[in-house]
Design a binder for this molecule. Structure first.
Ligand SMILES: Nc1ncnc2c1ncn2[C@@H]1O[C@H](COP(=O)(O)OP(=O)(O)OP(=O)(O)O)[C@@H](O)[C@H]1O
Length: 225
């Protein structure tokens, strides 16, 4: 459950989120809108990466400003650029790092890492250097490293932007149809947005529309017709 009450964010003295109030319990939540409209800032508030300047934000029952550390144990954030989150030299080590401190025993960790690498088509690259992967494979690795922790909520900021059509479809289907967790996806891919359960549209820092994704997408497209 996501519950924002009059959340405003000011960065460098500029209002980038303006009094956002919203409650969301849908499984697949799309966030759309023009460049600079505040989508990424909204996503970062949900993960505690950006603190509200005013208002309160609760995610999975946690106050994001005061309980960010506990909340992050349950939330996975996927960045647009996978290089921002790939930390370890090899593919398998990067996935394994996500389970550090999980309290799981070694054989359970081995099994989880192997199963996630297989699920994302990366098993053959397990011992390869992460830098040797293609952009799409890196995005798959970034996702695998987040999802191996089995978060309850996944926040993905434009996860298909860097991908070719095949990989974008593959990741889109994985996120929309296969991911067990709740998903918030910030995207310019309006087809992907339309496949969600609800869409939110931001404009100049304000949440200007939310509802049936096909209808929200259609009205957005009509503005540019
Ligand atoms: N750290 C920062 N300091 C100052 N301004 C910022 C900062 N981060 C973002 N902004 C500004 O806040 C506004 C909203 O940015 P945000 O990244 O949330 O938009 P967005 O809708 O995700 O855009 P895009 O589609 O281009 O990714 C922009 O005008 C941006 O320049």
């Amino acid at each position: 459950m996501i519950d924002l009450e009059s959340v405003s964010v000011e960065l460098d003295g500029r209002l980038v989120l303006d009094e956002v109030t919203v409650q969301l319990d849908q499984h697949r939540i799309a966030v759309i809108g023009a460049n600079g409209s505040g989508k990424s800032t909204f996503a970062r508030v949900l993960d505690g990466l950006v603190a509200p300047t005013r208002g309160t934000a609760r995610v999975l029952g946690f106050d994001v400003a005061r309980e960010a550390k506990r909340m992050r144990a349950e939330v996975g954030f996927v960045f647009t650029n996978p290089d921002a989150q790939i930390l370890m030299p090899t593919v398998a080590e990067d996935v394994r790092l996500s389970l550090k401190g999980s309290g799981l025993d070694r054989s359970t960790i081995d099994a989880r890492v192997a199963s996630v690498l297989a699920a994302y088509g990366l098993a053959a690259h397990a011992d390869a250097p992460a830098y040797s992967l293609s952009g799409g494979q890196k995005q798959l690795l970034a996702l695998a490293s987040v999802l191996v922790r089995e978060p309850k909520l996944v926040i993905a900021d434009e996860p298909t932007t860097l991908l070719d059509l095949g990989n974008a479809r593959r990741i889109g289907t994985l996120l929309i149809e296969e991911l067990p967790a709740q998903l918030v996806v910030v995207t310019h891919d309006l087809e992907l947005a339309a496949r969600c359960d609800i869409a939110l549209r931001f404009h100049e820092g304000r949440l200007v529309e939310l509802g049936d994704p096909a209808a929200v997408v259609e009205r957005y497209q009509r503005e540019f017709a």
